[in-house]
Unconditional design. Structure first.
Length: 155
């Protein structure tokens, strides 16, 4: 008489047990409030920036120390706008002043982070690839913009 066919493979039970164990460990760590500490390379340069909406829908980037406009984000800078919206949403949720500056920080290992000291939120801009990182890296060394003149004005 032939043995009945198995409905499962014993190795499948081992793999299922391992997956459930890992899931349980992650759940316990999250529910217990355990924080994962991330050690960053030392900060080599930091610039405090403020971002303000303009009347035409652009976003003015201001050096928080001098108040000078260093860039204007118009149209296609969706990534930068998305990051700023996420940080603004967190500030609004916590009822914090939206005009407080954000810190754009370069690190010794070449990484670039955007830190909101008011909320403690930090975004590692390396995570989004070189093109998106470059969107913020340009702001680290940007110089004040020349004031725009009206048509007919003499410079």
């Amino acid at each position: 008489m032939a043995a009945p066919p198995r409905s499962f493979h014993p190795m499948a039970l081992v793999l299922l047990g391992m997956a459930l164990s890992a899931l349980l460990l992650v759940a316990v760590a999250r529910w217990s409030g355990t924080r994962v500490e991330q050690f960053d390379a030392p900060v080599t340069a930091s610039r405090a920036l403020r971002f303000e909406d303009t009347a035409n829908g652009a976003v003015a980037v201001l050096d928080a120390q001098s108040g000078a406009e260093i860039a204007r984000l118009e149209g296609e800078q969706g990534f930068v706008r998305g990051v700023l919206r996420a940080m603004a949403r967190e500030r609004k949720r916590r009822d914090l002043d939206r005009h407080l500056p954000l810190l754009l920080q370069s690190h010794a290992d070449g990484s670039l982070t955007l830190l909101d000291a008011a909320t403690g939120e930090r975004i590692n801009l390396e995570s989004f690839g070189p093109t998106q990182r470059a969107s913020f890296a340009a702001l680290q060394t940007a110089q004040p913009m020349a004031p725009k003149t009206q048509t007919g004005d003499k410079p």
